[in-house]
Write a protein that binds this ligand. Sequence first.
Ligand SMILES: [Zn+2]
Length: 310
Amino acid sequence: MTGFKRVAGVTGAMLAMVLFVSACAKKESSLPKDRGPSEVSRKSSQEAGQMAEESRQNQAKGFPPPEHQVSEAQPAVAKPEEAMTKDQMAELDRIKEKTMVFKGPKFKKQIALTFDDGPDREFTPQILKILKQKQVPATFFVVGNMVKKYPDMLREIDRDGHTIGNHSFNHPQLTKLKHPETDRQIGQTNQLIYQTIHKSPLLLRPPYGAINDQLEQHFGQKNFKIIQWSVDTRDWAGQSPEQIMATVKREADPGGIILQHCAGGKQLQSTVQVLPGLIDYFRGQGYEFVTVDKLLNIPAYEEYTNKVSQ
Ligand SMILES: [Zn+2]
């Protein structure tokens, strides 16, 4: 029976991919002009082609299908907290209705640390160690090709209780890609995360924050929440710990989402060095550190993926 199941799985996956790609292809002709930032993507189209090939190979191997792409299940709505006033609930509802979010509600002194571009073996373990010592949950927006290289690090992030979000496969500017390629960037990364920790993220951070109305709508229809940020530490650009601290002190306020990195930069030692002091400072100010999903009171993963027992 195992053989039968595998064959059925492959067939289902292939059918899902065909339906999905053909649905996206219809929209391709009306792509709007890119309104995103002008940074160029880090990787060549050659790598994107290789990724598509790997995706086909994965399908042939019978890996789980990118189920979020075909799922019609709505995300579970978390219970509103009892202590909230009407105005506070209305603020939370307004945030929940949006596909794209820059920060959380103002009424609680909560703040969310986010770390992009990992996992790696250099900075990610150092950041995890500090977060564990300080008992601070955070959100990691991971890149598919790094997940592929360091699946054990992804497992460790998950085991430590942090939230994992999708940050594309190889960090292109999504607004520069055609639709089927955009979906492969996100779909294959969710597939890799699913294979590694059996969870399929619903939180998506586009590289460089580059998005347009059509992509926002497209990802919204797939139940993704696009998570931007309210404070950019510019840690990747070689900021000193003092500069990072000054930026965060100046710009962070209740509901803040702070952008940092745990891989990919030359100078991320500053990110590691500033972290303990940054945590102590905000705790001293009465802030609670939460994951992005908790800040926004939304699910982090497709509901079904939490039920997989493995
Ligand atoms: Zn990034």
